[in-house]
Design a binder for this molecule. Structure first.
Ligand code: ATP
Ligand code: MG
Length: 479
């Protein structure tokens, strides 16, 4: 028996037709009924173009209502959306479009010109689609939880991006797991400052439909716009990455957020302890979480009741998920393995990656971590970035965290360098916040890091190598 549920948007539009589904910062508001109507119209226009069940359709867009219409429209047709990062180069986009077998590309109006250079035959902007006639189509009334909803590529931080297949069930269970952890409140309004082409933004857009909860959508991250929304717009939950928390706390200064703001969900990368402490001092409810594209958003989250006691931990696996650490010998740190119905069934036609990553239903994440005596997860670093020096394991993110705690340092990247004596030694790349000398940095590290972890070389740089998801790419750190 296959599991089917009613189409989620149709269902929510039936249950709460006049309830707000999307609020934009320009004041635009869309109800669930309007979202259903506009998405179904969009689906009939796509039918006119020849898009049908099983078509693979690229979507290249910043956060905006037509992008959500496109995503829902494809689900009404049983077609598969391939969500593309707007910051990729044309070569990278061409690779993903081809790899995912996309035959159509739908783009935001502002990106049409760039998109016209891409190697897809049929490219249509949202406004092009708007003026098309509608063609009668049989729209899906149910969603099969095992069917493919979207393909989305990993960030490419450790290698070539891989196309993660998300089923409707992955999103359904992600929404269930999150609700069982954070709880649902009638007043909830979830702010999305992160792109919908990433899993955090996409999964929140779907949670909105499943919960009947409005999202407050920003076209792109802007610290002032996020601050304003948090202060004035009744936002209760917001998803962020580390850099955003830093900037938001700076803007907040001595003020405090309204008490309706119950959760600042932090994910996507390491969270330096100094930052978490700063948030704690200001009574700002930052919840650490851990997840990846493959897990359809967070799979481990620190629950509100434990947030203060377990600072630095990513928490426990969500209710429908499991977590274990695969350790070697007597080391407590090992690879993080996860399992659950929100975890992808695999990468799109990447058999070798699938064989490598999936074992008996468990996904080997490529991340290292450990569990404390109460079973709370601490994420340590990526396995590929581990530095082994004289037989000791060194985790670059620990060193980066200490360095970025120094007020003269804006950010730091650490990688290993071959060394005749030790095998490898850590070296650091520093972006200054204000004037500082290497001697001062060394002095700062004396009492904070064991000798073998102290970088042997320091380089001042203007910025660190980052990918299109703004993540530090350590294997590109060089001088
Ligand atoms: P690729 O898989 O192509 O190398 P990526 O892993 O950066 O890229 P994403 O799926 O965007 O692609 O990111 C997920 C990764 O982000 C996790 O595997 C982990 O390394 C990192 N991450 C997420 N949450 C945390 C966290 N709380 N602490 C540390 N790292 C985290
Ligand atoms: Mg990854």
């Amino acid at each position: 028996m296959t599991d089917t549920i009613p189409h989620w948007l149709t269902k929510q539009a039936d249950l709460s037709p006049d309830h707000p589904a999307i609020e934009m910062n320009d004041g635009t508001m869309v109800t669930f009924n309007e979202l259903r109507e506009s998405s179904q119209r969009f689906a009939r226009k796509l039918t006119y173009l020849g898009i049908e069940k099983g078509s693979h359709v690229g979507i290249l867009s910043t956060n905006q209502i037509p992008m959500l219409n496109a995503i829902h429209a494809l689900s009404y047709l049983g077609a598969v959306g391939v969500l593309l990062n707007t910051r990729l180069t044309n070569d990278e986009l061409n690779y993903q479009l081809k790899d995912a077998n996309a035959t159509f590309l739908l783009t935001a109006d502002s990106l049409k010109e760039q998109a016209s250079m891409l190697q897809v035959e049929k490219i249509h902007s949202f406004s092009d689609i708007d003026v098309l006639p509608e063609k009668k189509a049989i729209l899906e009334t149910e969603l099969n939880l095992d069917a493919i909803f979207t393909i989305m590529y990993t960030s490419g931080t450790t290698g070539f991006p891989k196309g993660v297949v998300h089923t409707y069930g992955n999103h359904w269970w992600s929404a269930m797991g999150s609700a069982l952890n954070l709880g649902l409140d009638k007043r909830d309004k979830w702010l999305i400052p992160l792109p919908i082409f990433h899993v955090s933004g996409l999964s929140t857009s779907i949670k909105s439909v499943i919960y009947g909860m409005p999202i407050y959508l920003l076209e792109k991250f802007d610290v002032k716009a996020v601050h304003y929304a948090l202060m004035e717009k009744g936002v209760t939950i917001v998803s962020v990455v580390t850099m955003m928390v830093q900037r938001l706390l700076d803007v907040l200064g001595k003020a405090s957020y309204p008490k309706e703001l119950r959760c600042i969900l932090l994910g996507g990368g390491p969270a330096p302890k100094a930052l978490l402490e700063r948030a704690k001092e200001k009574n700002v409810p930052v919840f650490q979480s851990y997840g990846m594209t493959e897990t359809a958003s967070q799979i481990v989250t620190l629950s509100p009741t434990d947030a203060l006691e377990k600072l630095g931990s990513a928490g426990k696996a969500l209710f429908p998920a499991q977590l274990k650490i695969e350790t070697q010998a007597d080391d407590s740190i090992g690879e993080i393995l996860v399992k659950g119905p929100m975890v992808t069934k695999g990468y799109y036609h990447k058999q070798s990656a699938n064989e490598e990553s999936f074992q008996a239903g468990w996904l080997a994440t490529g991340d290292l971590g450990y569990l404390d005596e109460d079973g709370y997860l601490y994420v340590v670093d990526r396995r590929k970035d581990l530095i082994i020096s004289g037989g000791e394991n060194i985790y670059p993110s620990e060193i980066e965290g200490v360095l970025s705690g120094m007020k003269q340092i804006k950010e730091a990247g650490v990688t290993g360098k071959s060394d005749d004596k030790w095998g490898q030694v850590p070296i650091a790349f520093i972006v200054k916040e204000m004037d500082v000398t290497i001697e001062e940095i060394k002095e700062y590290l004396q009492t904070r890091l064991a000798k073998y972890k102290q970088p042997k070389e320091f380089y001042f740089v203007n910025d660190l190598p980052r990918n299109a998801s703004n993540k530090l790419v350590r294997n590109k750190l060089n001088h």
